[in-house]
Ligand binder design. Structure first.
Ligand SMILES: Cc1cc2nc3c(=O)[nH]c(=O)nc-3n(C[C@H](O)[C@H](O)[C@H](O)COP(=O)(O)OP(=O)(O)OC[C@H]3O[C@@H](n4cnc5c(N)ncnc54)[C@H](O)[C@@H]3O)c2cc1C
Length: 351
């Protein structure tokens, strides 16, 4: 398995299938397609695979995965990644699929915000509750600064050397980046709305040590307004719980208020929707567009239950339907992984 976060200006990647979403169902879709000899590329807007399991509850135990009486959510993701290794699917992480078009020849053109383009024979939408988007700073007019002076993730840490940095947030990302950037920033200020932090206690203790040593500042406050001079961002003012407003000089604001899922561009792609979910049939798990399938939390049908094991079943049936869609002349056989030499070969298992 390899990763390819961005490929600006490169030609489109031609593939049998693009899977949108690297949550548990998208990952298992790779496995089910792989067993049938179908290759796939997986795209996810998050920087890591695992969807909700990895993003929302990595430490929690799951008790309803068949044959695993208890399995940590991150452990499930790690096991799925291990299981799909033989199929060498390419993961394009940190890439939101923002463009989708069905061509006259029945193939699909897709593109990510990061500039990766695909020419795909089929598409599986395994987008869960939607793509995770950063919660924004909440100051009017922030659009003008976002992506430059206001950032929701650190794209290039080296570029922040010598800058006056203000970090917002109280979780691990906020604390980790504060401590990481502190030695090279011209100044560092951490702003959090509460006195208590959600981040790992060891990081919080290290941050307090740095504040006590006078190497950085920490405010209990909320973002209030931008300080702009001659068209450039010169800082940000923040409001303390007592109502006092403090002006903090800054040329770089890093905001880590967490992520929230948004159905986003998928809603605009012309597939039939019901309550923000894609309508599918229960034979093929195909959407209203032939060649586009949907598995996992993103789909809906009578009796749908948003459970991981439902998504796994859907992925198995969708794989057969995709094989038929791509190769309608091909005869389909149900083969067992225990006994099929072809499947052993695909799995890299010696006979
Ligand atoms: C706290 C909690 C506990 C849970 N416990 C259980 C449990 O015990 N058992 C159980 O069966 N289920 C449980 N669930 C539900 C389970 O996590 C979901 O059913 C499962 O994650 C759905 O998997 P998925 O692959 O369909 O989607 P997700 O896990 O939501 O993954 C979808 C992925 O698609 C990506 N994506 C979306 N749109 C785009 C786009 N346009 N471009 C690129 N990427 C995109 C997202 O970034 C995301 O990573 C729990 C959920 C929560 C929140």
């Amino acid at each position: 398995m390899s990763t390819n976060p961005s490929a600006d200006n490169s030609p489109p990647i031609t593939t049998e299938c693009v899977i949108i979403g690297a949550g548990p169902c998208g990952l298992f879709q790779v496995f089910e397609l792989g067993l049938l000899g179908i290759g796939a590329h997986v795209v996810d807007s998050l920087a890591h695979p695992g969807g909700q399991c990895a993003e929302l509850y990595p430490e929690k135990p799951i008790y309803d995965i068949p044959a695993l009486p208890v399995c940590g959510a991150q452990e499930l993701v790690d096991r799925l990644l291990e299981q799909i290794k033989p199929f060498n699917a390419q993961l394009h992480l940190g890439n939101e699929v923002v463009q989708f078009a069905r061509r006259d020849d029945g193939r699909f053109d897709l593109a990510t915000a990061g500039g990766v383009r695909f020419d795909a024979g089929s598409v599986v939408i395994a987008a869960g509750v939607g793509s995770f988007q950063p919660r924004r700073i909440g100051i009017e007019g922030s659009d003008a600064w976002e992506g430059a002076a206001v950032q929701y993730r650190v794209k290039n840490a080296a570029a922040l050397a010598g800058k006056h940095v203000v970090v917002f947030g109280g979780g691990d990302s906020a604390l980790d980046w504060t401590l990481e950037l502190l030695p090279r920033a011209a100044s560092m200020t951490l702003v959090h709305r509460r006195r208590d932090f959600r981040a790992a206690p060891a990081s919080v203790a290290r941050m307090h040590e740095q504040v006590a040593a006078g190497r950085m500042r920490c405010f209990e406050a909320l973002p209030h307004s931008f300080l702009v001079e001659s068209g450039a961002l010169r800082g940000v003012s923040v409001k303390s719980p007592d109502g006092a407003v403090h002006a903090l000089p800054a040329d770089q604001l890093l905001v880590f208020f967490g992520l929230h899922p948004k159905l986003g561009p998928i809603a605009e792609w012309g597939m039939a929707l019901e309550k923000k979910a894609l309508k599918v049939d229960t034979e093929k798990f195909q959407t209203s567009i032939p060649g586009v399938f949907a598995v996992g939390d993103i789909n809906t049908y009578p009796g749908k239950k948003k459970l991981i094991l439902s998504g796994f079943h859907e992925a198995a049936l969708a794989a057969f339907a995709i094989q038929h869609h791509l190769y309608p002349q091909k005869k389909q056989f149900l083969q067992y992984t225990t006994t099929s030499p072809v499947m052993h070969q695909r799995l890299g298992v010696p006979d």
